[in-house]
Design a protein around this ligand. Structure first.
Ligand SMILES: Cc1ncc(COP(=O)(O)O)c(C=O)c1O
Length: 409
């Protein structure tokens, strides 16, 4: 399938070029766009060839639960982007997180994780793993001493997101990696909020990076998907067999959508990141906003760490409306361009109220510890004109502040 005419080593290309050309394989038809191989299986010329492919002695595809040309192109392009030796695609971000953890753990092991995790990740760490004899400890992610104290002799793995959802706390990935490695364990980083354009956990010392490709990678609200990236040895030892035998694979169609999305990822994230910075600065000066949390701002609590490990502030902004739940709801309900949704990383700007949606399962004291108050809103900044977004936010804040009409009126 490879085209020998164009054989420049993709490692020598800059990221934007890798994302257009990297990982591509052409069929005999010399198509310009990557081909979509909707096939479950593959034919072998002879029984001997089938035997060789099954043994891994001959190259080629065997069965689409674990290898498909379109999915392989997506995996290769993602590996080139991340600077990883290997990548495996999954049906969703949660499939990637679950495989990255379960693939390397067994009964008797212990996991340390930052307590500010996406709800389903928290379920995997706190409820699912313990059912299989894997104990877990949750720590305050920004506190390196807490990571150090939580390491046990049987700690095999640590897990974190940075920036965190929804308060955009920034965790020192290199600092945690050092502690985890000193304890003989491995670090898995969920890099969804930063996106692969703005943060490179493998370069900071992580052993494995996972993505919900559903977010910035698709970036246009269409398909679910996930990716696991690591060294060849990590993937071979912990991930490949787990995925092959349990089957949470990415469909070739979704892989094809994601491949096309990667071509525009740098442009989209750069624009969303620029707009998010402008919106954060605008909201910080608004009289009806109590506080803004944005890793690109000088007043962010972990500003120094953010500057060290992120190329920029990111595409999400968290802010607290003065008052509480009533004011936050009234403001979000009054928006006319920005949609109410728990999703993120989309071309469309989306807003969510974490206390009552994504984090409603947490106990009040857990939410308080994470800084999730009744007035907190999380905005995922899209590709609309930033002036339209700011106007929308301002008119909604004004409307929310209007005195409520009494029932008698
Ligand atoms: C930080 C984080 N990790 C993982 C996931 C799970 O991704 P998916 O919805 O693709 O399963 C999400 C989804 O919102 C997320 O925000």
């Amino acid at each position: 399938m490879a085209n020998p005419r164009k054989s420049r080593d993709p490692q020598t290309l800059r990221p934007a070029t890798r994302l257009v050309h990297g990982g591509a394989m052409r069929s005999q038809f010399e198509e310009t766009s990557e081909a979509l191989f909707l096939t479950q299986g593959y034919l072998y010329d002879t029984m001997a060839e089938a035997e060789a492919r099954f043994k891994g002695d001959a190259p080629g595809f065997v069965y689409s639960r674990f290898s498909n040309p379109t999915v392989a192109m997506f995996e290769r392009r993602m590996a080139l982007l991340e600077g990883a030796e290997a990548a495996r695609a999954t049906a969703s971000g949660m499939a990637a997180v679950t495989a990255a953890l379960m693939g390397q753990l067994k009964a008797g092991d212990h996991v340390v994780a930052a307590r500010a995790l996406f709800g389903s990740c928290l379920y995997v760490v706190e409820e699912l793993l313990p059912r299989f004899g894997v104990a877990s400890t949750l720590v305050e992610g920004a506190n390196l001493a807490a990571w150090r104290a939580a390491m046990h002799p049987n700690t095999r793995c640590a897990f974190l997101e940075s920036p965190t959802n929804p308060t955009l706390e920034v965790i020192d990935i290199a600092g945690v990696a050092e502690i985890v490695h000193a304890g003989g364990a491995r670090l898995v980083v969920d890099n969804v909020f930063a996106s692969p354009m703005l943060q490179h956990p493998l370069k900071l010392g992580a052993d494995c990076v996972v993505y919900s490709a559903t977010k910035h990678i698709d970036g246009q609200g269409r398909t679910l998907g996930g990716v696991i990236l690591a060294s060849e040895a990590f993937i071979n030892e912990h991930i490949h067999n787990f995925l092959r035998q349990t089957g949470p694979c990415l469909s070739p169609f979704n892989a094809w959508v994601m491949l096309k999305s990667l071509e525009t990822l740098p442009l989209r994230v750069a624009q969303q990141d620029r707009s998010a910075g402008q919106i954060a600065d605008y909201l910080a000066g608004h009289a009806r906003i109590a506080r803004v949390l944005y890793p690109g701002r000088a007043d962010h609590p972990q500003r120094a760490v953010a500057q060290r490990q992120m190329a920029s502030g990111g595409t999400l902004v968290a802010f607290e409306v003065k008052g509480g739940k009533r004011e936050a709801f009234a403001m979000a309900d009054a928006l006319s361009i920005i949609g109410i949704s728990n999703n993120l990383g989309d071309a469309k700007s989306l807003i969510t109220h974490p206390e009552t949606t994504t984090h409603q399962r947490l106990k009040p004291e857990q939410r308080a510890a994470l800084g999730i108050g009744p007035g907190l809103l999380r905005l995922s900044v899209g590709l609309e004109d930033v002036d339209d977004l700011i106007e929308d936010l301002v008119q909604a804040l004004d409307k929310a502040a209007e005195p409520r009409r009494s029932a008698a009126e």
